[in-house]
Write a protein that binds this ligand. Structure first.
Ligand code: CP3
Length: 320
């Protein structure tokens, strides 16, 4: 989950001088930003500071982040010819800066907390490449999927090959666990998930299986949690729309679960935030295999003091 970022003054200060992509591409800066939240908040793990979209550029799909709007792909993929131009690349060369950052962060952490690497799942990456940025309906993505399934599967095949290799390279560089973000896959119903997303995500998890623990995360996934579980991941992440106990029984208690406090609760009254956190812990019932987390990324206007109070509270409640 997004851990560093605009809710921290020290991150905003650095962003005065560098763009998001400059931070991602400069190992010293990526290391600094990765460590910022750990200095202020009682966190149990660090997540590499990078972005989900970085693999798109070396695949021939350049993009930028536009202030206030989010990611913008220069020439979104709209045809079979566009898809056939997409390249598979060697992450150790084109994304070597992320691997350098991982080595540097691992060195600085010196075993204090584990480091999580991450990448996007094929569906979510494909949706950015096709929509050109964020979308509410994913209409262009679904239209391409339904109209030209073989081109869709070829695109996801290339994305899977790249992401599997990229996660493998992150593991070699020293991450202790990996998280696969299929952030927007909840746009699919279960049948479409099984046809268009699951085969690729499954191949991705098979490629990294057994090397380090893996987390499989998505949002609005109430209809597809068991199918996501079947695709892979030692841990399945749930957002806040589904109760944690319901989500866990549908995923199965033989898997671990991550989640699932609504990030907007961190904006409001602290007692309500802590009551909701206590409720999630009660739903987990002290069973092993619950990773307490937010149900999605932290919002930019979140007061750091609330994040600190939340982490402290969860530790107090779960200390044995
Ligand atoms: O420290 C950390 O938490 C790791 C950093 C991290 C970023 N992006 C940096 C970032 C992680 C884990 C991501 C993943 C990511 N990126 C996802 C999957 C997670 C999710 O939220 O579901 C997605 C969908 C993206 C693509 C992306 N990057 C979007 C949609 C945006 C714009 C969001 C916004 O609110 O404007 C980004 C920008 C981005 N990536 C920021 C950060 C900290 C915003 C900060 C900035 O602009 O300086």
């Amino acid at each position: 989950m997004r851990q560093a970022g605009r809710y921290m003054a020290e991150y905003r200060a650095l962003r005065q001088n560098y763009t998001l992509l400059q931070i991602c591409r400069t190992p010293d800066l990526a290391t600094e930003v990765t460590l910022q939240p750990l200095r202020r908040i009682e966190l149990d793990a660090a997540i590499v500071f990078s972005d989900l979209l970085l693999p798109l550029e070396p695949m021939g799909i350049p993009f930028d982040f536009i202030q206030g709007e989010g990611p913008a792909i220069e020439s979104p993929l709209r045809s079979e010819a566009d898809i056939d131009r997409v390249r598979v690349f060697e992450p150790r060369e084109s994304l070597g800066h992320v691997l350098d950052a991982i080595r540097q962060i691992t060195h600085e952490l010196d075993g204090r907390v584990p480091l999580i690497g991450f990448a996007g799942a094929p569906f979510t990456l494909a949706s950015y490449a096709i929509e050109g940025g964020h979308s509410n309906s994913f209409a262009l993505t679904k239209a391409l999927m339904y109209e030209n399934p073989s081109a869709w599967h070829r695109l996801c095949g290339k994305l899977t090959t790249v992401v599997a290799d990229y996660l493998g390279a992150q593991i070699e560089a020293g991450v202790d666990a990996v998280q696969v973000f299929d952030s927007w896959v909840g746009a699919l119903n279960a049948q479409d998930y099984r046809e268009f997303a699951q085969p690729h995500t499954r191949r991705l998890f098979e490629a990294i299986d057994g090397r380090v623990p893996s987390i499989h995360f998505g949002t609005s996934t109430g209809a597809i949690l068991p199918d996501m579980r079947d695709a892979g991941g030692d841990v399945v992440g749930a957002d806040w729309r589904t109760r944690l106990d319901d989500a866990w029984s549908r995923i199965g208690h033989d898997r671990a679960i991550q989640g699932n406090l609504d990030p907007t609760l961190l904006l409001g009254p602290r007692d309500r935030m802590l009551r909701s956190a206590a409720d999630i812990l009660a739903q987990a019932g002290g069973r092993p295999g619950h990773i307490f987390n937010l149900g999605h990324g932290i919002l930019p206007m979140t007061p750091v003091e609330n994040v600190q109070a939340l982490a402290r509270f969860v530790h107090e409640q779960t200390r044995t």
